[in-house]
Structures are given as C-alpha cells and as structure tokens.
Design a protein around this ligand. Structure first.
Ligand code: TRP
Length: 336
C-alpha cells in the first residue's frame, strides 16, 4: 500500500486562504485515497520552534488537528494522526541524514535563504529544517507529499538524500515521487490562491498587520462579511476576471468559487456583464460568513478527548513504523 503524508505547522491561527487553499484540498485528497492508501497526517511541531510561536504551541497543535476534523477528514484504519515531537525517530533520523546531506545543497534552499536574510544571527534549526523534513517523509516510505509550491525544493532534497543513502547502503528508503508527479497527484495545475483584501496584488497572509486585509478562520462571521464589503476593488466598473487590471474583483470571484466549491469559470460566467461591485461583495460576504458559521459550528463539536484518542492510536502506530525504518538507517552506519 502506498503512503501519502502531509503536515501543517501550527504556529498561529489559519487564514481563510490557508484553509481553502491548503487544508481543505488536503482533506479532500485524503478522503479520496484513504480506502487504498495509508494517509499520515502530522503536525511538525519541532519545525514550529525555528521561529516565534503565537500562543501556546501544544494548544495550537490540538487546535490544528481539530481543524482537520472540522474540515471533514474521515478517519479510518488507514488514516493516522500524530505529532512530530512524540515520535523521537524523526529527530534521530534527522541527525543521521545531517551526516549525508552537504552544506552546499542545504545552503541552496530558498526558504533558508529568505528566512536568514538580513538576520543578525540565524538559528541552526532554520538551516536544518529541510533535513528534518526529509526524515519526516523518509521514515514512512511516503510517495506523495501534498504541499504548496514553496516546499517543492524541500521534497527534491528529500529525494536526493534518499537516492544517495540507497546508493551507498542498499534500498532502505522509498524515493518520493518527482515534483511533476506530485503536482499531478494533487491536481494542483489549476490551484487557486486567495489575495490580500486591501492589497490584492499580494497573497493573503497571516503575517500582514492590517486586520482588514485578511480573514482568519476564527473571525466572527459578521466581522468577516464586513471585511469583504470593505475589500479594495477598482474603477473599471465592470465585473471581469483580470488579475492584472482588476485584482480585487478577481479575488472576490476567486473567493466565491473556493468558498462555494464551484468551478471558477462558472462563477465568472454568472457575473459576466454585471457592473455593480456592491452586489458581488454582498454575495461573497454572505458565502464567506455562511462557510465560517458552518465550520465554526463543526469545530465546536470536536472535543479534546476525541483528538487525544486519535493521537494515542496514531502515535503508537507512527512510533512502530518509524522505529523500524530508523533501525535500518542505524544499521547502515553500524550504530546497531
Ligand atoms: N514544511 C512544511 C510547511 O511549511 C511543513 C512540513 C514539515 C511538512 N515536515 C513536513 C510537510 C513533511 C510535509 C511533510 O508547510
């Protein structure tokens, strides 16, 4: 049985963009494949501590796992949920892979270059991030790792490390699928992205200071509707999808499509020729507030006990699988 594996960091509350663009597609993918694939969903909490965490990390982690369940993740015997730091083999294999990876290839990682840029001193965790990530993946023989584009380079590095290790020691790790195949698997060719509401040239980001520019998953539905009503548009006076000339209006159309799970093309056709931006905003505001209301109601129904019981099973499973693979890697270096 093949393994699909993914993780979402829990440094803070998610935005509507994170939810619709990352979490929800992953939940759909998991549900679609869990009848005949192993699906590992974990929270990379050790990756969180490379930078500041908003709030309490342990609580955030439980909340993130509740998001998965509230978003509709169906858990069966092939689906396992766990926390990275509860499976010590991740850190152990990371160290072994540190001794296989080179400074050169790791220094080339764009995320590291961006995060360390302009910093007076950069912690070693930021540099080592992709090696721990490779351990997360290789411990479980994962083939498909649904993730955003910004992480593709890290998957390529995990592939390189697996191939190098196997060449030196024999077939120990499954080599993850190539980026092109990952993209095909995710059906990401036509992925949509939500933009900043007041500054629609940029993507919606939780780190933007302006509250009106982003919708958070825990926003009051009425408050979220207000933010949509206040979104920046333009003076073209016609509703059209044109990311260059009308990024604000195009963003509203994109949000409507994603929130109502309707093909973007259908939403564009529905509004073609219309001129009243206010009407479009009212519709999108109502769709967003309805979605949030439903999501938050489901979130309230997920209990701590439920999550902790899933973690209990998932972490037992993960430790068993990961320790076996770690043992193989330890034997390769005559540590065992
Ligand atoms: N780097 C991922 C992100 O920022 C999170 C992550 C860490 C991850 N380890 C992973 C995702 C392993 C998939 C597999 O989104």
């Amino acid at each position: 049985m093949r393994t699909i594996l993914t993780g979402i960091r829990s440094n803070s509350v998610l935005t509507l963009g994170n939810y619709l663009g990352a979490l929800l597609p992953m939940v759909r993918l998991a549900n679609q494949h869990s009848a005949d694939s192993r699906v590992n969903i974990f929270v990379p909490d050790l990756h969180s501590i490379i930078s500041e965490v908003d709030g309490n990390l342990r609580d955030n982690t439980l909340r993130t796992l509740k998001y998965w369940l509230a978003a509709g993740l169906e858990v069966n015997e092939n689906v396992h949920i766990y926390r990275q730091s509860y499976v010590p083999a991740h850190s152990e294999l990371c160290w072994i892979l540190n001794c296989v990876a080179t400074m050169g290839e790791t220094s080339r990682m764009i995320q590291y270059k961006e995060k360390s840029k302009g910093q007076e001193s950069c912690n070693v965790g930021i540099f080592d991030y992709p090696i721990l990530m490779a351990a997360d993946i290789l411990l479980y023989d994962a083939e498909f790792i649904p993730l955003g584009e910004d992480q593709f380079q890290h998957i390529e590095l995990a592939r390189d490390l697996a191939m190098r290790f196997n060449k030196r020691f024999g077939e120990i790790f499954v080599v993850p699928a190539k980026t092109a195949d990952q993209v095909k698997f995710m059906g990401m060719e036509n992925a949509l992205r939500i933009r900043d509401l007041t500054n629609p040239e940029k993507k919606m980001s939780k780190s933007t200071a302006a509250e009106n520019s982003k919708i958070m998953l825990d926003d009051e539905p009425a408050q979220a509707a207000k933010k949509i009503m206040g979104a920046t548009t333009d003076s073209e006076g016609v509703i059209r999808f044109d990311m260059v000339k009308q990024p604000g209006v195009s963003n509203l159309l994109t949000i409507e499509a994603m929130v109502t799970n309707t093909p973007l093309q259908d939403v564009i056709s529905t509004w073609a020729g219309e001129t009243r931006y206010g009407e479009l905003k009212k519709k999108v505001a109502s769709s967003v507030s309805q979605m949030l209301e439903l999501f938050q109601a489901r979130l309230n129904e997920v209990t701590d006990e439920q999550v902790l019981a899933l973690l209990d099973e998932g972490e037992r499973y993960a430790n068993e699988v990961a320790n076996k693979k770690l043992f193989e890697a330890q034997k390769a270096f005559n540590l065992r």
